[in-house]
Design a protein around this ligand. Structure first.
Ligand SMILES: *Cc1c(COP(=O)(O)O)cnc(C)c1O
Length: 370
């Protein structure tokens, strides 16, 4: 079975060499030397010094949202075409998600529909860079400036990307990156918050450590949990960062083959790399015209042929029972995309024959729609 993705692992001896320092240091977590070393490499990589590492991406986002300290009940404009984590982070902090539709080209927030959703309670926009496609960061910045809103990006999919040669971490007031096993870059589980306001360094340090103050002993300013990254995760990060460039190149080759096979095919919409964007090629998705293709049937036929493609993102986060009750939105484009999208197998080293086979199976499903 070929899966939709395959976690990247560095050569075992490299990881062993890295973690053997942990035995020398006898330090497993709580801002250890490996974490400090990883964070410094990450700062160089992102061209941004305001970073904070977390146990996972979700907790980085939730902690960022908490750090802004918006009043309870504040509204945050976001998109429902994302992983459930994004919407959950907003709700868990006591804020209200207001769902904006996406545009059909690259499935990111439709900036022409944001302003209509702004109310007196709106405090921020939380757009999601999806699949390696990036949001219209300039337009979003313009709207945020006009209305005095913060911009917090869910950049879980976007690690390693650049827009006009500027690392994606440098747009908006804050960014969250996920280093989950299935992402382009992993630290097993892990994540990172990047932010503009240098005061967030201390606030986030406290928030990830039960709210205990890192500056004043025996004091806690926040009610918070535990979201620290450990030394084994940091070692994985140090190793895997060395392979970023080569992994992105390898992904690019797989994507090029998909594009070659699936371009200009009736009933199939694919995304080409955006102008001025250095993509990380994190996902390759196709959106089917439901009149010609039945997405669920394509999914099942692929599975029967030994390929696992993922319905992603499906459903919309507004389709989940626990979130539905907060939803007053009208997002027809997001609904249409979610109902007809498939994310195809993609990872460094996926061979061309498999890509061709996947495409053959897909193309053979034409006229399976209504
Ligand atoms: C993976 C992901 C997250 C959550 O990141 P974790 O590191 O798994 O906690 C959030 N948002 C999006 C869009 C994601 O893909």
């Amino acid at each position: 079975m070929i899966n939709v993705t395959k976690p990247f692992l560095p050569p075992l001896d490299e990881y062993i060499k890295e973690i053997s320092d942990i035995w020398k240091n006898n330090w497993l977590t709580n801002n250890g030397p490996k974490l400090v070393q990883f964070e410094s490499k990450l700062r160089d990589y992102l061209s941004n010094n305001n970073t904070s590492l977390f146990v996972n991406g979700h907790m980085a986002l939730e902690s960022l949202l908490k750090a802004f300290n918006f009043p309870k009940g504040s509204e945050i404009i976001t998109s429902p075409f994302t992983f459930i984590s994004t919407t959950n982070a907003i709700l868990k902090c006591g804020y209200i998600p207001v769902f904006c539709d996406i545009e059909f080209d690259y499935y990111t927030i439709d900036t022409s529909k944001i302003e209509k959703l702004i109310t007196k309670k709106t405090v921020a926009i939380l757009p999601i860079h999806v699949f390696g496609n990036v949001c219209d960061v300039w337009k979003i910045e313009e709207i945020a400036k006009k209305y005095g809103l913060k911009v917090i990006y869910d950049s879980a999919h976007a690690f390693g990307e650049k827009i006009n040669d500027i690392n994606i971490a440098n747009f908006g007031d804050a960014n969250m990156f996920s280093f989950h096993a299935t992402k382009v870059f992993n630290t097993i589980e892990g994540g990172c918050a990047v932010f503009k306001d240098p005061k967030f360094v201390d606030i986030l340090n406290d928030l990830k450590n039960f709210g205990l103050s890192s500056k004043k002993p025996d004091e806690a300013y926040y009610v918070s949990g535990n979201a620290k990254m450990n030394e084994f995760q940091a070692c994985m990060g140090i190793c895997n960062l060395r392979y970023m460039k080569q992994n992105i190149e390898a992904r690019k080759r797989v994507v090029a083959r998909y594009i070659h096979n699936l371009s200009n095919k009736e009933g199939i919409k694919i995304c080409l790399t955006q102008h001025n964007v250095q993509s990380n090629y994190s996902y390759f998705t196709v959106v089917f015209d439901p009149k010609l293709f039945d997405r669920n049937l394509v999914h099942d036929r692929l599975k029967d042929s030994g390929f696992y493609a993922r319905k992603y993102f499906y459903p919309l986060t507004t389709g989940f029972k626990c979130i539905k009750k907060y939803d007053k939105s009208n997002t027809p484009v997001a609904k249409m995309v979610s109902d007809n999208i498939l994310s195809l197998p993609l990872y460094p080293g996926l061979d061309a024959e498999s890509v061709d086979k996947v495409c053959d199976v897909i193309l053979s499903c034409i006229n399976s729609g209504n």
